[in-house]
Design a protein around this ligand. Structure first.
Ligand code: ATP
Ligand code: MG
Length: 276
């Protein structure tokens, strides 16, 4: 198989007309990949994504062909999917204000051209979920907010409307399911692609902690940084070492690895109601 792409945590291979998306156990903190893997993280995120694709299948078709027909060395943490022509937009939904969305709001009172009420603070819940697309920047550059009209200019009115509709519908469904299980999904990023017949298909990974912000609902409190459901242990530990957040990151001790692994599994079990 040809290795097409190696991201921070995943590798993408071409196998005939299909793609094999392989999730590793790598974890990134403050955008830096840690030298120590988190055992089973790749498998947990792969299974979570597969579960979500099924929950969402009545809203949008997905790209998965098989979770088992993959090379044996990747078994459990890879999916075989249809290779699509990817829409050149990152489709982001936000139900809460944080991260780059908050920064943009503080500058302009809007995100992706969507005006928001004055006086919102870190982690505030938005009056309703909003569609805040960004460019898909090449490696090393940062994605930038674009407006709905920019998307329409790029892909046409009809596709832009579909992207917004699907993105918000997926977010709402995901957030509703997660809320019942004590997890706030603050925001999430989707990637869609066109099938040869022009249908929009949900691709990449969906509603995982790598593509979304998951917060513990019982400790959610606007006005301060939230506890990240999956990465808080490893993040707090990294900060406590005095690391300057520039590569290379320090090796992670065993107990922190174990606690982080347990959190990923907890996210999976809570959301899906299945046991790992
Ligand atoms: P990172 O996520 O580390 O910031 P990245 O997004 O470049 O970097 P990955 O997420 O590992 O790296 O890469 C997955 C790549 O595969 C993305 O470029 C994504 O757009 C692409 N992709 C996902 N699903 C499909 C699909 N069905 N068809 C074609 N490309 C796809
Ligand atoms: Mg990616």
């Amino acid at each position: 198989m040809e290795l097409l792409h190696s991201g921070k945590v995943r590798d993408v291979y071409a196998d005939g007309d299909d793609l094999i998306l392989v999730a590793s156990d790598r974890v990134s903190v403050y955008d830096v990949v840690l030298p120590t893997p988190i055992p089973d993280k790749g498998a947990v995120l792969t299974r979570l994504s597969l579960w979500w694709f099924e929950q969402l299948a009545d809203l949008v078709p997905h790209h998965v062909i098989s979770a088992t027909d993959v090379p044996p060395e990747f078994a459990g943490r890879a999916i075989r999917c249809r290779r699509l022509r990817m829409v050149p937009v990152e489709c982001i939904a936000r139900g809460y204000l944080t991260g780059l969305g908050l920064t943009e709001y503080e500058k302009s009172g809007a995100v992706s051209g969507v005006p928001l009420p004055a006086g919102l603070v870190e982690a505030d819940r938005l009056p309703e979920p909003i569609f805040t697309p960004t460019t898909k920047a090449p490696v090393g550059e940062h994605d930038e907010f674009i407006t709905y009209d920019d998307v329409a200019a790029e892909v046409g009115d009809e596709t832009a409307a579909e992207l917004r509709r699907i993105t918000l519908a997926v977010y709402r469904r995901g957030a509703e399911i997660a809320a019942d299980r004590g997890i706030v999904i603050a925001d999430t990023k989707l990637e869609l692609g066109w099938a040869p017949d022009g249908t929009l298909v949900l691709a990449d990974e969906v509603l995982t902690p790598d593509s979304s912000r998951f917060w513990a609902a019982d400790s959610w409190q606007p006005g301060r940084a939230q506890f990240s459901f999956d990465k808080q242990f490893v993040r707090d530990w990294a900060t406590s070492t005095g690391w300057d957040k520039r590569p290379p990151a320090p090796e992670v001790p065993e107990d922190v690895v174990a606690a982080t692994r347990a959190r990923y599994i907890e996210v999976y079990e809570r959301l899906t109601g299945l046991s790992w």
